[in-house]
Design a protein around this ligand. Structure first.
Ligand SMILES: C[S@@+](CC[C@H](N)C(=O)[O-])C[C@H]1O[C@@H](n2cnc3c(N)ncnc32)[C@H](O)[C@@H]1O
Length: 200
């Protein structure tokens, strides 16, 4: 199922609001692009354990500082690695209730280090394999920088080929959207009653 809606909020805020319904004190979550740590901090506040990836040491440093400041560092595993390797770092059988991808470059950092289409698609496919049966993936794409439009088109092609019996997809636009504006894609795993007869 594919639906579209608009929001007045910043898309990162909208992503947090959308995700929050799937989070509990027992949740295990993943931030595939930790950056300055805002998403990791949000996840740490609302879950039991968080895995967070970034390829830049500056992102790990900045995220660790944020977590320390809020006494949440113990909940988070910071991984200095491409999200392309994510399955190598998540223990076998561990399922994620929420996975966040906030693509592009590190704000106030090196704007030439960006997420790349091929590794993003590889990470998204791996994310599906470790998603819990009622899990949710949020993806913010930024078409405004070089390579961003290509990456967003690839993400669009990727979610369009997902099985609509297994995943409900929502595309969220900001009210003030221009061609350069970010877009938010939310992929929710749909619990199939036929596959889970004991759960009406
Ligand atoms: C838009 S920022 C993320 C913002 C962040 N979630 C926050 O709350 O501040 C994108 C981040 O993706 C990181 N990145 C780029 N390629 C990556 C990759 N292959 N694996 C993991 N992180 C990557 C960049 O270094 C950058 O820090």
């Amino acid at each position: 199922m594919l639906s579209t809606r608009f929001t007045q909020h910043a898309l990162v805020t909208e992503a947090h609001k959308t995700i929050q319904s799937r989070l509990s004190a027992k949740s295990i979550t993943l931030d595939a692009t930790m950056g300055n740590g805002h998403d990791t901090l949000f996840l740490a506040r609302h879950s039991a354990k968080v895995y967070a990836f970034d390829i830049q040491q500056a992102a790990l440093d900045s995220t660790y500082q944020q977590l320390q400041k809020h006494h949440l560092a113990d909940k988070v595993v910071l991984i200095h690695e491409s999200h392309e390797q994510l399955r190598q770092h998540i223990p076998a059988g561990e399922k994620m209730d929420v996975i966040i991808f906030n693509l592009g470059y590190l704000p106030r950092g090196n704007t030439t280090i960006i997420t790349k289409t091929q590794s993003t698609l590889s990470a998204l496919n791996q994310a599906l394999k470790i998603l819990s049966p009622s899990g949710i993936i949020s993806i913010v794409c930024y078409p405004g920088h070089a390579g961003g439009q290509e990456e967003m088109s690839a993400v669009t092609d990727w979610y369009q080929q997902l099985d609509s019996h297994q995943f409900a997809i929502t595309v969220i636009h900001s009210m003030q959207e221009t061609a350069q504006s970010p877009r938010l894609f939310v992929i929710k795993a749909v619990q199939n009653i036929l596959n889970n007869p004991e759960k009406p």
